[in-house]
Design a protein around this ligand. Structure first.
Ligand code: F6P
Length: 341
């Protein structure tokens, strides 16, 4: 078989581990040829390919980013995008496509499958917000990076008796905020799922100062103050209609200073959370996803996505991958809330 593979959407530590596993098992065990499409869905639309060989995936297991490049291209928003994509697949005699991505990339994969394109999906996002899998790779790395940042910020916050607000990624789901906040012992954790009261945040901040410790507040970029709206970095939307979030950390630090009279600073972790080498957990999960994805292709089990359920890798329908987002349940947030202040 000739198998195409692409990585779409925001990059994520572990993508190269998937590519390596797909290529190694695809070539050595199944005798497939593996063709990489560059820059997400732009690759099959504009005929940007690169062969993936045993040599080209040598030494990439621990490398962050993706050797194929990525983009947020939506072929359904490009003029004759799907027609061009199908023609390119035909020209390269592609028998199957593996799409590695989050809800947007997999949403396109699902639509293409409905139009007869043989696709298998692999879930990826540092946000861990895909409901059909227990975990996505990249999340563990992002949580480690954010936790290390909290540990470092704590010592400087305490030296200067300041409140430090740490803004982490998480557009609709607060998993990175919740896990890094718990792991780093944050005094307040704010997630997009629960609108927050600035007054209550300030009470917790003051309580913490009373105990002679400086508070750390972890806030997801998509968190919203009660009665307010998400704070945007710019008004632009990408090809999937997403706005660019960012700014809640600085806004909240200013509010805390104004209301409590305590000095506050904000740190926006941004893309640092997506960069660099994946943790061992992410390398293992990404590798297992890759090994199972190439098996699904070989079995002709198209329209499916590999997913983690407990400790097993299973196949689920692609439509389940995008049906609903996995957000932080109220009771999980309540579990953490007892430690605030
Ligand atoms: O991949 C998802 C995500 O990490 C979101 O949390 C964030 O809003 C977005 O990516 C930002 O990505 P970019 O700046 O690459 O568009």
């Amino acid at each position: 078989m000739r198998v195409g593979v692409l990585t779409g959407g925001g990059d994520c530590p572990g993508l190269n581990a998937v590519l390596r596993a797909v290529t190694r098992k695809g070539i050595s065990v199944h005798q497939h040829e593996i063709i990489g499409f560059r820059n997400g869905w732009l690759g099959p639309v504009e005929d940007l390919t690169t062969p993936l060989t045993l040599d080209s995936v040598e030494d990439i297991l621990n490398r962050g980013g993706t050797i194929l490049g990525s983009s947020r291209t939506n072929p359904y928003k490009v003029e004759d995008g799907v027609g061009r994509l199908k023609a390119v697949l035909q020209r390269h005699r592609i028998d199957a496509l593996i799409a590695i991505g989050g809800e947007d990339t997999l949403g396109v994969a699902e639509q293409l499958f409905a139009e007869g394109v043989p696709v298998v999906g692999v879930p990826k996002t540092i946000d861990n917000d895909l409901d059909a899998t227990d975990y996505t790779f990249g999340f563990d790395t992002a949580v480690h990076i954010a936790t290390e940042a909290i540990d470092r910020l704590r010592t400087t916050a305490e030296s200067h008796h300041r409140a430090l607000v740490v803004e982490v990624m998480g557009r609709h789901a607060g998993w990175i905020a919740l896990h890094s906040g718990l792991a780093g012992g944050a005094n307040v954790i704010l997630v997009p799922e629960q609108p927050f009261s600035v007054e209550k945040v300030c009470d917790w901040v003051e309580r913490r100062f009373q105990r002679q410790y400086a508070p750390i507040i972890v806030v997801a970029e998509g968190a919203v103050p009660e009665g307010g709206e998400a704070i945007l970095a710019t008004g632009e939307r990408d090809a999937f209609g997403h706005v660019r979030l960012g700014g809640v950390g600085n806004w909240l630090a200013d509010e805390i200073s104004r209301r409590t009279g305590k000095e506050s600073r904000a740190v926006v972790l941004g893309h640092v959370q997506r960069g660099g080498t994946p943790t061992a957990y992410d390398r293992v999960l990404a590798t297992r996803f890759g090994l199972h994805a190439i098996d699904a292709v070989t079995d002709g089990d198209f329209g499916t996505m590999v997913a983690l359920r407990g400790t097993e890798i299973v196949r689920v329908p692609l439509r389940d991958a995008t049906a609903s987002l996995k957000t932080v349940p109220v009771e999980r947030y309540a579990e953490a809330e007892v430690l605030f202040g």
